[in-house]
Ligand binder design. Structure first.
Ligand code: NAD
Length: 294
């Protein structure tokens, strides 16, 4: 951890207008969270269907608050109006901070980040929600790398309090300050970390998944391991958590970690998680992982 976020508090420029690129699982969640806490957000995607799905999810989450009496129907309409769906960069000129949450592909992210940089003002902060791509690497193609950092949310965005703010070599204090301030305004707990494979959370989580995988490979019953970890006090065990994360995502992230920390993370033989992935047991996303979800 580089510095506690509070050290940047005095330097933050106000973040009043925001945007998110990508209306998928994460982009939709980020739009909901921002709107819910009162910061207007443009939600841009390249597909109309994606935007519809993002909005549907936001309506569902606000609807739950309505049912619980935490929101009136007027209040819900007002919060929903904080999300402005769009397929174009039309209104990006007034945006203070953009969160990029498009697919985890460096080429797509490069294209999207350079495109959005040409549409925003010189002071707009760009923050990527990438899980595995280096922030310094993504900054290479940008004209204003000082305005760029990582802003890594966890899934589901509305429930997970932590946000990793990743400081690249060229990221300015002002960009970190604004991103920390925005995370706080969203009701989240930001931490400021350096750019490295796995940032902070995945550097802890993936060795844990590796330890779990070895237990299974040595014959342990995954359900029993899950129960033990629940009794230990964790909200869910590793097998269930892997089903939530997705075996494809876990295999990819593990490769990035193994490349970054070969002495600790690389293994010659196939892991149980890889075997699951190769057998199309992706987890909750295709209704079959360690557990079944029919
Ligand atoms: P997703 O596939 O659900 O959504 C990606 C969205 O990006 C899609 O709606 C797609 O149409 C859109 N998109 C693609 N190209 C675009 C473009 N040029 N402009 C605008 N939108 C475009 O993916 P996701 O799970 O939401 O992941 C998004 C990012 O968040 C990735 O970088 C991922 O690594 C990261 N992330 C994901 C999770 C997770 O658990 N899903 C957690 C933390 C971070």
């Amino acid at each position: 951890v580089k510095k506690a976020g509070s050290q940047y508090a005095g330097q933050a420029q106000p973040v009043k207008q925001t945007a998110v690129l990508g209306a998928g699982i994460m982009g939709g969640g980020i739009a909901y969270q921002s709107a819910s806490k009162g910061t207007p957000i443009l939600m841009k995607d390249i597909k109309e269907e994606a935007i519809e799905l993002g909005l549907k999810e936001a309506r569902k989450l606000f609807g739950k608050q309505l049912e619980r009496g935490k929101l009136t129907s007027d209040g819900m309409a007002q919060k929903l109006s904080n999300i402005r769906p769009t397929l174009s960069y039309g209104d990006f000129g007034n945006v203070d901070l953009v969160v990029e949450a498009v697919v985890e592909n460096p080429k797509v992210k490069d294209a999207v980040l350079t495109e959005v940089e040409s549409q925003v003002s010189d002071t707009t902060i760009l923050a990527s929600n990438t899980s595995t791509i280096s922030i310094n690497r993504l900054a290479e193609n940008l004209k204003r790398p000082e305005n760029f950092c990582g802003m890594h949310f966890f899934n589901p965005v509305h429930r997970m309090p932590l946000v990793e703010v990743i400081r690249g070599e060229k990221t300015s204090d002002a960009a970190v300050a604004a991103t920390v301030a925005y995370a706080r305004a969203m009701g989240k707990t930001p931490i400021v970390v350096n750019d490295c494979p796995g940032f902070l959370v995945n550097r802890v989580l993936f060795p844990y998944f590796g330890g779990f995988s070895m237990l299974v490979e040595q014959g342990a019953d995954f359900q029993r391991v899950d129960k033990v970890m629940e009794k230990f006090g964790w909200p869910m065990g590793p097998a269930y958590l892997l089903d939530v994360v997705g075996m494809d995502t876990a295999v990819h992230a593990n490769e990035v970690m193994a490349e970054g920390f070969p002495d600790r993370m690389a293994r010659e033989e196939k892991t149980a998680i890889q075997v699951m992935f190769e057998n199309d047991r992706l987890g909750q996303k295709n209704a079959k992982g360690f557990y079944g979800y029919e």
